[in-house]
Design a protein around this ligand. Structure first.
Ligand code: DHB
Ligand code: FE
Length: 301
């Protein structure tokens, strides 16, 4: 193996290419860019990557750019961000409550806000389109660290239909806007309940960049059936999480690494249709930043 990355010539190249020798620009970006370039060079050297391979890889990234949001969870990077945040939280002593897990690429901002105050209503329905499958019911409480009810929470919920497709991203074009997507405004008791049509496990789009990459890695591109949540409430830390159905064949074999202990409830089918009882526990916010979701760019409708 050649060993030129640490040579004075290549180190000078890295300084110049990343702009660290210039006064303008963004210092944090320069430092990250320098490390990214150096790591890339080290990989080229370690694996003796030739020109053909390098340009083929670049073409793959170019053609697959529209699926970067899908590839990131598929290669475990979105889960790693969770592990990184968990580790920082542990260091800061900011632990406990329902585990976070990946948002995934399929949230859409602007879903209808519905009254979910169970002292006033008992029928929150997420599914507006016909879907010939069983009805899922899900209910529980949103509490704080001491088991106190979280007041006036907004529960964002989104999931796929029985074909495994999400509204807004459905290749069949069959779903109306915001099918299986709602923001549920909870009441003072922190209780929630909704019904919807049971989602099927998701598979990344056949023939797409993610599916191609998974095939080349000898992996599948399937997720267990799951339901996504954002929860926000005044005074509490915003939570991004999801439940995955514990009895799904992919419950412990999720291509996106979103399944976690504590987030795998097994639906109770004793009443015929699947029912899930699930309580969420939020951490207290330490700052107004804690109350807000990440600034990740998201689809809007
Ligand atoms: C992907 C899809 C999802 O529905 C999800 O929750 C996470 C990841 C994906 O296509 O990578
Ligand atoms: Fe999903």
């Amino acid at each position: 193996m050649t060993d030129i990355v640490k040579s004075a010539e290549v180190q000078r190249l890295l300084d110049r290419a990343s702009g660290v020798t210039e006064t303008g620009g963004n210092p944090r970006l320069k430092a990250i860019m320098r490390d990214l370039l150096e790591a890339t060079m080290q990989i080229i050297e370690k694996h003796d990557i030739d020109e053909s391979e390098f340009w083929q890889a670049l073409k793959f990234l170019q053609d697959g750019a529209g699926e970067f949001g899908l590839i990131a969870p598929g290669i475990g990077i979105e889960h790693f961000l969770d592990l990184h945040m968990d580790a920082k939280d542990a260091e800061a002593g900011q632990t406990g409550g329902t585990p976070r897990t990946i948002e995934g690429p399929l949230y859409v901002a602007g879903a209808p806000v519905v009254d979910g105050d169970l002292t006033r209503t008992n029928d929150v329905n997420l599914t507006q389109d016909p879907d010939d499958t069983e009805t899922l019911t899900m209910s529980g409480r949103v509490t704080g660290p001491d088991g106190e009810p979280v007041q006036d929470a907004l529960l964002h919920v989104w999931h796929a239909n029985s074909k495994g497709f999400y509204s807004h991203f459905d290749p069949t074009g069959e779903q109306s806007e915001f099918n299986n997507r709602r923001r549920i405004k909870l009441g003072p008791d922190g209780r929630y309940a909704f019904r919807s049509k049971m989602p099927r496990g998701y598979s990344c789009p056949p023939g797409g960049a993610t599916a191609n990459l998974m095939e080349m890695l000898g992996r599948h591109g399937d997720r267990p059936a799951h339901v996504h949540f954002f929860i926000e409430a005044p005074g509490y830390r915003a939570l991004t999480t999801q439940i995955n159905f514990g009895d799904d064949p992919h419950a412990h074999d999720d291509f996106a690494f979103g399944t976690r202990e504590g987030l795998l409830p097994v639906p109770d089918r004793s009443g015929g249709n699947p029912d899930i009882q699930f309580d969420f526990q939020l951490q207290k916010a330490r700052s107004s930043e804690d109350e807000a979701f990440s600034q990740r760019p998201r689809a809007e409708a």
